[in-house]
Design a protein around this ligand. Structure first.
Ligand SMILES: [Zn+2]
Ligand SMILES: [Zn+2]
Length: 502
């Protein structure tokens, strides 16, 4: 018998799962309840991160007749089932793990048999998969139906302890494993006393401030829509915010960037948007942990932090960022609330004051399925000046020989002319939806919708399109890093290195 020693250097594992997949799993695990356990192999995508290990569940390999010993009250995987799991390793780059239940009220500590099983499987799967990780999770319910779980992930000779399960769907759930629960029992200490959150508890109940306190929200883009969103999140006393924006402020940002002060206008070089947003959050609420990056959604260290989040707010108007967020939603199972604003005027009269909110979750139509991004725009955004000149010449040559030049060059896109009142409204709305999803207090009413505040009844339009079944977003759900080759966009070599701001 082997003893399994968990890493004690602070690194841990997170398990992300879709809500429909979780339901399927629970039906299977608890079918012999309350007395007997049951279990299954499952496939997962994974990412080795700076904080430990991410597991994104793809699906279960359900047991068929004879795979598990029905007579035994505990789970015993028979050779045929193990063989099927092992041979499936050739068909995909994913990891294989085991999940099993313990009888009602039996706790979720691994038994000696579990230790033997995990030692055996971790070595066996590592050998047959050329070094892929192995995961093992234990779930149980008590008499009142409350769930508890524990887990461990084996990678390159180390065992990481499972700390958190994040369920992703129309509603979001963050749950602590037993160990994490006892190590850091939810306390009220870092919740401001006095009246700061009185209205929240009056409206949404006593539990709400603690739930918000445990949440982590990512915000990509820290200007017009990003800063009002962050302002709302800071006042809600969120636990942690991960924010990223590659740019420095310009004077013209002042009328819509809530983090920018008059004194910032005279500073040279101009401060990073991410630095100002961080300052604003801490001025409102110093209790919030802020990880802020003058960097890009395409940076690996930024992605490491974003995959820990309950959800991400997309506050960038760049096509490449929207496409990247679509990939993150699908491949890493991190839902994204994407915000966009568009305004137009003719002869100084507004004819468009449009806002758009889209909720990208694994399985739902991605930005490509919704025609929300174009390859031409992404090519433009991610090119150097020299490449842009080259593409413009190629387009001109094509036009001269009677071919459509737009495939090479769509022209320089006009700047988005948005003003502060609309971006602030939408940013605040997006943060509100984020908060409500985390609390389970409300859902987003449509997968994707637009409205124009200048039109009667706001001219609300919803997009009910089904996903395009041919699109990559339907094929690599939960594949994490193992779908790297199928990402829409990767970071250009010449872009600046990310910088974490403190
Ligand atoms: Zn067990
Ligand atoms: Zn798609």
């Amino acid at each position: 018998m082997k003893t399994i020693l968990l890493q004690d250097d602070g690194r841990y594992a997170i398990w992300r799962i879709r809500s429909d997949e979780k339901q399927k799993l629970f039906r299977l695990l608890f079918r012999r309840y309350p007395e007997r356990e049951w279990g299954a192999f499952f496939r997962f995508g994974f990412r080795r991160t700076s904080w430990g290990f991410l597991i994104t569940q793809v699906d279960i390999l359900p047991p068929v007749a004879g795979d598990l010993d029905r007579q035994s009250p505990i789970v015993e995987f028979r050779p045929a089932y193990i063989q099927r799991a092992l041979s499936s390793l050739d068909a995909h780059p994913l990891g294989i793990g085991v999940v099993h239940s313990h009888p009602e009220g039996g706790g979720v500590s691994p038994s000696m048999t579990d230790d033997d099983m995990d030692s055996y499987f971790s070595e066996e799967f590592e050998r047959f998969s050329d070094g892929r990780p192995y995961a093992s999770f234990i779930l149980a319910k008590n008499e009142s139906g409350e769930l508890s779980f524990s887990g461990r992930v084996f990678d390159k000779g180390l065992w990481f302890e499972l700390k958190t399960m994040l369920t992703v769907g129309d509603s979001l759930v963050r749950e602590d494993s037993v160990r994490n629960f006892y190590q850091s029992p939810p306390s009220g200490e870092d919740i401001p006393n006095g009246g700061a959150l009185e209205r929240v508890t009056q409206l949404l109940g006593q539990k709400a401030p603690k739930q918000l306190r445990k949440a982590i929200v990512g915000v990509v883009g820290a200007s017009g829509t990003g800063t009002p969103a962050l302002n709302v999140l800071a006042r809600a006393n969120m636990g942690e915010v991960v924010l990223v924006d590659p740019g420095r402020v310009k004077d013209s940002n002042h009328q819509r960037n809530l983090a920018m002060k008059d004194s910032d206008l005279s500073v040279e070089p101009k401060p990073y948007k991410a630095a100002l947003a961080r300052r604003m959050i801490h001025e409102i609420n110093p209790r919030i942990i802020v990880r802020s990056f003058a960097g890009d959604v395409l940076d690996d260290i930024v992605l490491d932090e974003l995959v820990r989040c309950d959800l991400i707010l997309g506050c960038s108007d760049a096509n490449y960022a929207r496409a990247a967020l679509g990939d993150i939603a699908v491949q890493y199972l991190v839902p994204v609330i994407d915000l966009a604003v568009q305004m137009r005027a003719e002869d100084s009269v507004l004819n468009e004051q449009l806002s758009e909110i889209a909720y990208f979750t694994p399985g739902s139509p991605c930005p490509w399925c919704c025609n929300r991004v174009t390859a031409t725009a992404i090519r433009y955004e991610t090119s150097t000046e020299t490449e842009r000149e080259f593409m413009a010449r190629a387009a001109a040559d094509a036009e001269r020989s009677g071919v459509d030049g737009a495939q090479y060059w769509g022209g320089t896109p006009p700047p988005e002319l948005t003003v502060g009142y609309l971006t602030m409204m939408l940013g605040a709305m997006g943060a509100g939806y984020a908060q409500n999803l985390i609390l389970g207090a409300a859902k987003i009413p449509h997968r994707r919708f637009q409205f124009d505040v200048g039109i009667r009844s706001f001219g609300m339009v919803e997009d009910n399109r089904r996903p395009n079944l041919e699109c990559a977003c339907q094929k690599f759900i939960g594949w994490s890093d193992q779908a790297k080759a199928d990402r829409s966009v990767s970071k250009p070599q010449n872009w600046a290195k990310p910088l974490e701001l403190h």
